[in-house]
Design a protein around this ligand. Structure first.
Ligand code: ASP
Length: 594
């Protein structure tokens, strides 16, 4: 092959040179038998002119169809002034084809390959032909950005003295939290590996091993029901450091993110990033990953309603719960459909209904107004700064639930305001935020019991260790989340490195039976008996980070071969049934659905 240039390179300076280009036919225009072809490669487009009078070309004219792959040699010639295309880097010239090689004649693609129309094509069809979808310049650009982000991450850690270490993806089953993928072992009948949900245990073992600073751009697997923006396999920037405290970790990660943002977007992010405790985040935003680009903060109304005749409110307060509200300014014109959606959302989070007040021109409208005294109404107006055009939503429940309900309503209602043009969220604002001081344990609704807020390896805040026995729910963990514009970009913690404390957390705090601790974590506890340094780490969602850098809403847009909501690869058709013989070798039997 003798390609001399890429399709973005040629300008008037190359006039008279003989060049060879190789790539895909982007489009063909026939002007009275002369074919004008836009030739495309990874880098750009160049116009190539095919004259039917050139003998070497004539037999190949049929191959000049969109997406065929050709190699063409010819002289660079300036385009006549009136046919120049200033929008194209190579728009001042064209190549006069003299010879060509046809590498592959393309069938008509199943969907338009240009960026604008291509984006609107049904996603399943695009994923079935993902190699064509990826070939569109917009998608190739995203792959390149992902590559550059990975390089930037590597450069940063290499510069900081980290070692990149690969950890296994065949691991031990540790059935906690998210579901795992199991892999049957042919050589060990009846036994299974699991694909790791993260390299957590390995990276801690690397600290015991004395690596001191580890990172990896690691593939992780979770067999969960896929919500809107999850993938069964995903990539994390995973790291662990010995002899580091929380402050050291904040500085390290701020250094990483500011460098990546500078490298990829040319944007300077100020440091240090603001910090907010879990309690404050929940109180003000109703969520542990607040989007601080806009307000509409939650307001506590216990003072206003503690003596109220309205028993739903005062009763909740008497039982130790809270009454909170948000004022979604300017959304009094909410539609019935929108209101219904918000009510369903509140109910799905455990609310019995949705109480609200609309502040209209002709006064307040609300199903609960008749229960409120004038004093309470005046208190509300002042506390929430209610003006005509506003709508206020209430939640009365125990603290965490009330916060969570309003937190979700805030997000949904903000979308309605955005749609009306009443709220402009700057897509170029990057509000990084550390959320810190999480409780070590949180109540897990699904499991119906307290579980580690982060994972069982997180160290308690030293001054809270005495509370482990007396009041474990009050113990705070040395856990930190890094949040960006309402997205949890990553989370980590300073770990326990004392075997006794780790054992206590497993057995006494998390109530894992001793024999289960031994079979799951026996090796881990033993390792801590041989000189475990203090250490801590974090993992950042690489897919999510790249999606934000690329300005994309979904991580599947920046993953080369993503899976569907049902975890399927539509291109290769996976997962797929396997032959009984194959299963037998693996010592397993499949139960079919019929
Ligand atoms: N392994 C954790 C996770 O995947 C992150 C960490 O604690 O480093 O969420």
């Amino acid at each position: 092959m003798s390609r001399t240039h890429h399709c973005y390179e040629l300008t008037a300076k190359n006039t008279g040179q003989t060049v060879t280009l190789a790539g895909w036919v982007d489009s063909v225009r026939d002007h009275g038998g002369i074919l004008f072809v836009d030739l495309r490669d990874r880098e750009g487009l160049t116009q190539v002119v095919f004259h039917p009078t050139v003998e070497a070309l004539a037999p190949h004219f049929n191959a000049l169809k969109p997406e065929s792959v050709i190699e063409v040699t010819g002289e660079v010639s300036p385009r006549p002034e009136d046919t120049q295309n200033p929008k194209l880097k190579t728009g001042a010239v064209e190549v006069m084809a003299a010879t060509m090689v046809v590498h592959n004649v393309s069938e008509t693609p199943p969907f338009p390959m240009d960026d604008e129309t291509g984006d609107k094509v049904n996603e399943d069809l695009r994923l079935t032909y993902r190699y064509l979808d990826l070939r569109r310049p917009r998608n190739l650009k995203n792959l390149r950005l992902r590559h550059e982000a990975a390089q930037s991450v590597r450069n940063y850690f290499n510069g900081q003295g980290f070692l990149e270490v690969e950890t296994p993806t065949l691991f031990k089953s540790t059935p906690e939290g998210a579901r795992e993928f199991l892999v049957p072992s042919r050589l060990n009948a009846g036994s299974f590996y699991a694909l790791p949900q993260s390299p957590q245990q390995f990276k801690q073992m690397l600290m015991v091993a004395g690596v001191e600073k580890y990172y990896q751009i690691a593939r992780c697997y979770r067999d969960e029901d896929l919500r809107a923006d999850r993938q069964p396999e995903f990539t994390q920037i995973d790291l662990e450091v010995s002899f580091i405290d929380r402050e050291g970790m904040y500085a390290l990660i701020e250094g990483l993110l500011t460098e990546v943002w500078k490298d990829i977007l040319g944007v300077d992010i100020p440091t240090p990033f603001p910090r907010m405790s879990y309690e404050e985040a929940m109180n003000r935003y109703g969520v542990d990953k607040p989007d601080t680009r806009y307000g509409f903060e939650l307001v506590d109304l216990r003072e206003v309603f503690k003596e109220s005749e309205f028993k739903v409110f005062s009763g909740t307060i008497k039982q130790g719960g809270v009454v909170k509200a948000i004022n979604m300014k300017g959304l009094a014109d909410i539609t019935q459909g929108e209101l219904k959606f918000l009510e369903d959302t509140a109910k799905s989070l455990g609310a019995k209904g949705l109480a609200y007040i609309q502040a209209r021109e002709n006064g307040w409208r609300s199903p609960i107004l008749k229960f409120m005294s004038e004093k309470e109404q005046a208190g509300l107006k002042e506390t929430l700064n209610i003006e005509t055009g506003d709508i206020v939503f209430f939640a009365a429940a125990e603290w965490e639930k009330a916060c969570a309900i309003l937190g979700r309503l805030r997000l949904e209602a903000a979308k309605y305001l955005e749609k009306r043009g009443a709220l402009n969220i700057d897509p170029k604002a990057y509000n990084f935020l550390w959320v810190i001081e999480f409780p070590l344990m949180l109540f897990d609704e699904e499991q119906g019991r307290f579980a580690a807020a982060h994972h069982p390896f997180t160290s308690p805040v030293p001054e809270d260790i005495p509370l482990l026995d007396s009041d474990p729910k009050a113990v705070r963990g040395q856990h930190y989340d890094i949040v960006l514009n309402g997205v949890e970009l990553g989370g980590g913690s300073i770990r326990i490195h004392q075997p006794e404390l780790q054992q206590k957390v497993f057995e006494d705090v998390l109530q894992i039976p001793k024999d289960v601790v031994e079979s799951r974590f026996g090796y881990f506890l033993r390792a801590f008996q041989f000189g475990a340094p203090p250490h801590g780490g974090i993992a950042l969602g690489f897919d999510r980070m790249v999606a934000i850098l690329a300005g994309k809403n979904y991580i599947r847009d920046i993953i080369a071969f993503p899976k569907t909501q049902k975890g399927q690869d539509l291109m290769a058709n996976a997962p797929s049934p396997v032959a009984g013989k194959h299963l037998k070798e693996l010592h397993i039997e499949a139960l079919s659905e019929e």
